[in-house]
Design a protein around this ligand. Structure first.
Ligand SMILES: Cc1ncc(COP(=O)(O)O)c(C=O)c1O
Length: 359
């Protein structure tokens, strides 16, 4: 490095770069991208029209307060406007939460493996990650997480369902955990995949937060609602936390396109339900087929499935790519595969079957 290069914060040294899911190669054999937990469906009815209308005015800054969207969310979830904050995707809101709570000397606790943005946003804030291994069933070990909380802990992420394993924590264990967390430590329930949950024992974070001032719920329009490219997510939290989120937000971060598309998506509930139902049915089909082939696959409550493949991880991902589907390998740990369109899922299952036979 030249002596004259600008001084950067030492906290940035060694930050892992966020790895987006690999795209399908243009013109190559791989046709389907099952590597980013995206929704395979086009925008919900009415969404494109709303977004196009908003696009006609993009010489103007967006409504910084996201008034229309906030009103819609407030009504939909029966929460006061002062308990809501929006951001550039829920990862943007998660980053704001870490910025608002944690700096050098502070600790952020989360399960591992979990969403790969957690270590990055923690380190960017200068705080220290405390990673608590998932249990043998690939589920958050909430007892170990509670035990990992010290007087330096400022924030705990609970990713429910967990990315990349799809596993969930249930009401009784979550309540027991929350009862153990000191009231001055913020617990963030990251519910990016909430709409795909079918296990009735999994609580709705928005019910949990109501009488717990140290709980914040994160939701997104990127997954079930299919607006990943527009970058809009939101948090539900009590006033002091929501107000801190408004302070740490990038001004005008959520575009008018995103705001209008999110409102139109919320008003397209029936179509949303139908699509999510179809994806959930595919999730069941894919998992059952994998189990029948002999793989171990934890039950997933999200729009993806997880296979802990160890040192076969990269070979498996390469075999899938040759078969026309891009999946998401994690080092020598395992592979996460998004549930996509039926044809894509079929290609994936065929690749998994061939791989299995060759073992
Ligand atoms: C658990 C979890 N939280 C948050 C996000 C961020 O989604 P977005 O920023 O698109 O809302 C993701 C995306 O993959 C995720 O898996």
């Amino acid at each position: 490095m030249s002596e004259n290069s600008p001084k950067l914060r030492a906290a940035l040294d060694g930050i892992p770069t966020y790895k987006p899911g690999k795209p399908a190669a243009a013109g190559g054999p791989a046709a389907y991208k099952l590597s980013s937990n995206e929704n395979p469906y086009p925008p919900l009815p009415g969404v494109l029209e709303s977004a196009t209308r908003a696009a006609g005015a993009f010489n103007r800054y967006p409504d910084m307060a996201c008034t229309g969207l906030m009103n819609e969310l407030s009504e939909r979830f029966e929460v006061p406007l002062g308990h809501l904050a929006t951001g550039t995707g829920s990862v943007g809101v998660a980053q704001q939460l870490v910025q608002a709570t944690s700096g050098p000397g502070d600790e952020v606790v989360y399960a591992w493996r979990s969403f790969e943005a957690y270590p990055i946003i923690t380190q960017v804030s200068g705080a220290t990650s405390v990673q608590v291994p998932l249990d043998r069933d690939e589920v958050h070990d909430l007892d170990a997480m509670a035990a990992a909380i010290t007087d330096r802990t400022r924030l705990v992420f609970v990713c429910n369902p967990n990315n990349p394993t799809g596993t969930v924590v249930r009401r009784a264990e979550l309540e027991r955990f929350l009862d153990r967390v000191p009231s001055d430590v913020l617990v963030v329930l990251d519910e990016a995949y909430k709409e795909f949950i079918r296990d009735e024992r999994v609580p709705d974070g928005i019910e949990i937060y109501r009488d717990r001032p140290n709980v914040c719920v994160l939701r997104t329009f990127s997954k079930a609602y299919g607006l990943a490219g527009l970058r809009v997510g939101f948090a539900v939290a009590h006033e002091p936390v929501a107000a801190a989120l408004r302070k740490t937000a990038v001004p005008f971060g959520v575009s008018q396109l995103a705001q209008e598309a999110a409102v139109a998506s919320l008003r397209s509930e029936d179509a949303l339900r139908e699509r999510v139902e179809a994806l959930v049915a595919e999730r069941t089909r894919v998992r059952e087929a994998l189990l029948a082939q002999g793989w171990t696959v934890p039950e997933s409550q999200a729009n993806f499935v997880w296979m802990r493949l160890g040192d076969r991880t990269q070979d498996f991902a390469a075999a899938c790519e040759r078969a026309g589907v891009i999946v998401r390998p994690y080092g020598d740990e395992g592979v996460r595969t998004t549930i996509g369109e039926v044809e894509a899922n079929d290609l994936f299952l065929r690749a998994a079957e061939e791989f299995r036979k060759a073992l």
